[in-house]
Design a protein around this ligand. Structure first.
Ligand code: KG4
Length: 336
């Protein structure tokens, strides 16, 4: 079964052709990150307009690279939630038009379910159930993946997403946007105990997280140093920051894995590319005996292939939509 898969929930327009869920025939992405870097963050209106400009050409390119004629497409999958509403709407409108014109089923895909599915592409042998830490620019949650389309949240951030926190810290340090990758690179030569940064706990909710205090701590540290004319140890700060994020995420993920007892842990989303997080999870899983599944670095950020993969399993479960499909800025992952 050939799926044309579309992703436009934030600042990447992506279209892929995926066969039977796990074979990626093409995956083309147009990133707008450079454009938004001028503003230090994603400007939603600009994102929507750029998606409109890019999407038709990318769909054509994805089919061409896959060596597929449009009549050979069996169904169209699309991210319909969560994300920037105008941005998601562009993908949904295009997918509806494509499905209608081709006379093929339309498959709505939850964006975070897509991130989780990136692991199926990297690890062809991976099957649910497993516990998945989903960490991106807009979402941070620990998910109980009971089956391909049956999942629920075990714990989540009460405020900022981990990626958002990386981006904000990088912004105050003046090292670019999006900030996760440059912070990661900077942290490699640094002393992770150079700056004491907070690790928050949510009273009565041991699997929930909070990152707003960490974000504020970095902002204050940078401003105070600036006022005093002190020079910061940037690699030390990036390493201390990455350690604080990882120390928040890893023990909760492992606690969730212990509770569920599946013996399998996966990670998903843009922050899954973080070297400290990957190393800490590897160490934790070695100790616990859980098998760890890390997505390929190329599949951590937003892409169309993951939507095509999850779309296949949604289709098998009978989850298709009509021409009245809408886009949603927020939606619980358990609802699909
Ligand atoms: O999954 P993604 O591409 O978009 C969303 O669905 O949100 O994630 C983007 C986020 C950004 O916040 C970016 O700074 C972060 O992932 N990121 C990283 C790394 N690479 C990307 N964060 C930490 N370390 C990285 N190596």
């Amino acid at each position: 079964m050939y799926l044309l898969a579309i992703e436009s929930s934030c600042d990447e327009t992506a279209v892929a052709v995926v066969r039977d869920g796990r074979t990626v025939l093409s995956d083309v992405i147009a990133s707008q990150a450079d454009m938004h870097a001028t503003y230090g963050g994603v400007v939603p209106e600009i994102a929507s307009r750029k998606h409109v400009e890019a999407i038709a050409g990318l769909a054509r390119a994805a089919l061409e690279r896959a060596g597929l004629k449009r009549e050979q497409v069996d169904a169209v999958a699309v991210t319909y939630a969560p994300g920037l509403i105008g941005a998601v709407l562009v993908g949904v409108s295009f997918a509806k038009a494509a499905a209608f014109a081709l006379g093929k089923p339309l498959i709505p895909v939850h964006h975070v379910r897509g991130h989780i599915a990136a692991n199926y592409i990297t690890h062809p042998d991976l099957e649910p159930p497993f516990v998945c830490l989903c960490v991106s620019g807009g979402n941070t949650m620990i998910v109980d993946v009971r089956d391909y389309t049956e999942m629920s949240i075990l714990g989540a951030t009460r405020d900022d997403a981990a990626g958002e926190c990386f981006d904000k810290a990088a912004r105050v340090l003046g090292i670019g946007y999006p900030g996760g990758a440059p912070m990661d690179a900077l942290s490699r030569g640094g002393d992770d105990r150079r700056y004491p940064l907070p690790r928050a706990h949510v009273e009565g909710a041991p699997l929930d997280m909070s990152f707003s205090g960490l974000k504020t701590a970095v902002v204050n540290l940078v401003h105070n140093a600036g006022q005093k004319g002190e020079e910061l140890d940037l690699p030390g700060l990036a390493a201390s920051f990455s350690a604080a994020v990882s120390d928040t995420l890893v023990p909760r993920t492992m606690a969730a894995a212990r509770v569920k007892g599946y013996g399998k842990v996966a990670v998903a989303g843009g922050v899954a590319a973080n070297s400290r997080l990957r190393a800490d999870l590897e160490a934790a899983c070695r100790k616990s005996g859980d098998e760890l599944f890390l997505p390929a670095l190329s599949l951590c950020g937003d892409n169309g292939a993951m939507i095509g993969c999850q779309g296949f399993y949604e289709f098998l479960a009978g989850h298709t939509a009509g021409m009245d499909l809408n886009a949603y800025a927020t939606r619980d992952i358990s609802l699909g």
